[in-house]
Ligand binder design. Sequence first.
Ligand SMILES: Nc1ncnc2c1ncn2[C@@H]1O[C@H](COP(=O)(O)OP(=O)(O)OP(=O)(O)O)[C@@H](O)[C@H]1O
Ligand SMILES: [Mg+2]
Length: 340
Amino acid sequence: MADFQGKQMIEISGLTKRYGSHTVLDNINFAVDSGSIAAIVGRSGAGKSTLFRCVNLLERPTSGTVRVDGQELTHLSRRELRTARRAIGTVFQSANLLRRLTAAQNVALPLRFLGLSDEEVHQRVRELLERVGLLHRANHYPAQLSGGQRQRVGIARGLATRPSVLLSDEATSGLDPETTRSILRLLTELRDDLGVTIVVITHEMDVVRSVADVVAHLDRGRIVESGRVGEVVRRSDSPLATSLLPTDPAPAPLAGEVVWQLRYTDAIVDPNWLTRVSRELDTDIALLSGLVETVGGDHAGRLTVRMSGRLSPATVAGAFAAYGIHAQVASAADELAVAS
Ligand SMILES: Nc1ncnc2c1ncn2[C@@H]1O[C@H](COP(=O)(O)OP(=O)(O)OP(=O)(O)O)[C@@H](O)[C@H]1O
Ligand SMILES: [Mg+2]
């Protein structure tokens, strides 16, 4: 994988898309490194699917450029576009399989136009179905497959032309968590084994946390935040960061106590921090709620704790900061509870 890294496979610059006077995408700038998985998140109507269609050029941007593997796509003729699109595989929510064709025939569809012999098509389809773990279902029709299996066939079809980029619009929506996990594992394998650059559009934050290298938050047609997933979670309490690593709302503290909101700011945090800070400040720390995860190989944590109000906020914040944890008062029982 190392040799893929660093090169930008997808470069979107100044991309704007209007329908009449309605601006759906407003000056989007976003790049995806070769061999990485990018997630695009945002509420319904934010413009995610429109961005998707602009990247695979099913839709012409109003202005701006889209480069895939160094090739600028917005100015290509129809004919050139057809060839260029082979470098981009797509997978949709319902997999969009043709009902009258078997799994194998569905996967073979994009290969029909490549001038391969029947034997070559047959061989390639076998490889693809094997890749997604469905060789034993080759002759089944979509209605005879489960949702997750249909999605795998859709992925195999998306990979048929050996694309360097795979785009997925809500490919795991509507699947149960276990099936979702197996599809995500498949996507990760495709990145690792084939070096495919993958863009997933999703509203499921679990999906982002478990597979994405980078994430972009699209809000009303603009990218309001983006970055490596672990960095986004560590650097702030932005809406994107908190939805990636949510915590329960802080409860009201008891008299004389203070509720603190903690966020890991370092990529590696001493797992013994709670005992250590407790000992250093000579006070109890009640853990109320929280989530600690490994995101992209790094630690990410967001927790709520309750401590005595005797201690000065600066002392408490300083003690946590020494362990790479940002601490801020969530709420105080009363003014006096926060000694200064
Ligand atoms: N062909 C079109 N003509 C006019 N407006 C459109 C067209 N396609 C999309 N829009 C508008 O663009 C906006 C963004 O739509 P889009 O489908 O990209 O949202 P989305 O983020 O994918 O939402 P969802 O999460 O619900 O799929 C919406 O307001 C939609 O009505
Ligand atoms: Mg959509």
